[in-house]
Design a protein around this ligand. Structure first.
Ligand SMILES: NC(=O)c1ccc[n+]([C@@H]2O[C@H](COP(=O)([O-])OP(=O)(O)OC[C@H]3O[C@@H](n4cnc5c(N)ncnc54)[C@H](O)[C@@H]3O)[C@@H](O)[C@H]2O)c1
Ligand SMILES: N[C@H](CO)Cc1c[nH]c[nH+]1
Ligand SMILES: [Zn+2]
Length: 433
């Protein structure tokens, strides 16, 4: 099998080949969805016992009871205090930058008063209780904990419950430390569809939440899709994706490593390069072949690149932007001169990284914007996780005496038109003779 797929937009079968790369294996998807449906039903019926069984099976955690899966907040504080100074400083610096960025997203209650004294507006309130999914199967994600928890805290959510799988029962000290730094209220060592089910339906031990946010693998994404409606969800943030548009003037090793950076998350991750220069695509392919064997996660990267990755030759950067809009990637790197010019042509991308210095990895950890982003082409209609995901809006209406006369006549006419006389009369009662 080729190291990575090579495509050319001039080929007759280009569209077909691209569509095949973008689609999940349909059979795989359906089998994942079936497995997830069974797990959710079981959690709904058997509660904590089911959660415990799946945690034993999928995460190999030999817990005596569900209580043993609670991660005490004191352990989180101790993990923070025990971190090597450089790691603690890096985590705190990242947290500060992410907090500062998200402070700008907080919406405020607003009102305005009409000429007759009627007041209209919107009251903004935080959610009561949210569940944060912090992935932990193939890697541990303290950065995702910060990205989930800090906007919730900025929004003023009263209770933040974090779940994360701990394969083999190993609790990652950086994840625990991040929980202390972000100030989560509860932390539970469970993951996968069973954790999503427990948070959605509630069990005797695990409280039902109002909304579940956070990224995860295909099982987590399928579970979130299925519980939507019982609880809110943020978006489908599944296996990571990177699309790079390059003019051919960035060092090929940099681009190869940028592709690796997302491919190393998951065999199902997707890394694609668009470039008009065939010789540059050859150089990147050679860099991939040379660098891949040096990577500790070469197996995952190799599987991701050969099944879902691609180097695509385009006619020019305009065509590259058109294809980017079709792919609607989670992350888009524009590694060119004048990146703002090309960014102006992008309509669909979770996050846009501009210029040769801006590696996507900086956004994963510490640039400030959220790294929980829509995947699988959902950037066509979804946005990055933000403070707005943890706030709700209620409309405000306070009608004055004069307003009741004007609005009452309009409402009455429309209510009669709809054949709803109680509505009409309710408005008419307030009319002055
Ligand atoms: N889009 C984003 O913002 C973003 C951010 C960070 C990570 N990610 C993605 O999150 C994902 C993390 O995945 P992960 O696997 O490391 O951790 P994860 O926590 O998402 O998944 C681990 C869980 O998957 C479940 N699982 C695994 N195999 C299963 C099976 N055969 N049957 C039923 N359940 C099974 C288990 O319950 C396990 O606890 C990656 O795809 C990564 O690319 C996305
Ligand atoms: N790239 C991931 C989002 O798709 C986020 C992440 C966390 N750690 C490293 N990367
Ligand atoms: Zn990443």
């Amino acid at each position: 099998m080729a190291l990575i797929n090579r495509l050319d937009t001039r080929s007759a079968d280009f569209r077909q080949r691209l569509d095949r790369l973008l689609a999940y294996e349909a059979s795989e998807d359906a089998s994942i969805d079936r497995a997830v449906a069974d797990i959710l039903l079981d959690v709904r019926n058997r509660g904590d016992a089911a959660v415990l069984d799946y945690t034993r099976r999928f995460d190999r955690v030999d817990a005596a009871g569900i209580e043993a899966l609670e991660i005490p907040l004191a352990d989180c504080a101790a993990a923070r205090d025990a971190l090597p100074a450089a790691q603690r400083a890096a985590l705190e610096a990242a947290a500060e930058r992410v907090r500062a960025y998200h402070e700008r997203q907080r919406a405020q209650t607003w009102t305005y008063t009409e000429a007759d004294g009627t007041v209209l507006g919107q009251q903004v309130t935080p959610l009561d209780r949210v569940g944060l999914y912090v992935p932990g199967g193939k890697a541990a994600y303290p950065s995702s904990l910060l990205m989930n928890a800090l906007p919730a805290k900025v929004a003023g959510v009263a209770e933040v419950v974090m779940v994360t799988p701990t394969p083999g029962g190993v609790r990652n000290p950086l994840v625990l430390a991040a929980a202390a730094i972000a100030g989560v209220d509860r932390a539970i060592a469970i993951g996968g569809a069973q954790a999503v089910g427990a948070l959605a339906y509630g069990t005797a031990y695990i409280p039902a939440v109002d909304k579940i946010v956070g990224p995860g693998n295909a099982y987590v994404a399928a579970a979130k899709r299925r519980v939507y409606g019982t609880v809110g969800i943020d978006m489908i943030a599944g296996p990571s994706e990177i699309l790079v548009i390059c003019d051919g003037a960035t060092p090929p090793d940099w681009i190869a490593m940028d592709l690796f950076s997302q491919a190393e998350h998951d065999e199902m991750a997707q890394a694609i390069l668009l470039c008009p220069d065939a010789a540059f695509l050859d150089q990147v392919e050679q860099a991939i072949a040379r660098l891949l064997p040096t990577m500790p996660r070469a197996d995952i990267i190799g599987a991701s690149l050969s099944s879902r990755g691609a180097l695509i030759q385009v006619a020019d950067l305009f065509e590259a932007c058109d294809i980017a809009n079709r792919i609607a990637p989670e992350h888009l790197e524009i590694s060119t001169d004048e990146p703002e010019r090309w960014a102006g042509l992008i309509r669909h991308a979770g996050a846009i990284f501009m210029g040769r210095n801006t590696s996507e990895a900086l956004g994963d950890y510490c640039a400030g914007p959220n790294h929980v982003l829509p995947t699988a082409r959902t950037a066509r209609f979804s946005s990055p996780l933000g403070v707005y995901d943890f706030q709700k809006r209620s409309s405000l209406i306070h009608v004055s005496d004069a307003g009741a006369q004007t609005l009452g006549r309009i409402a009455s006419a429309l209510a009669h038109g709809e054949g709803l006389p109680a509505h009409a009369r309710s408005a008419e009662y307030r009319l002055k003779p």
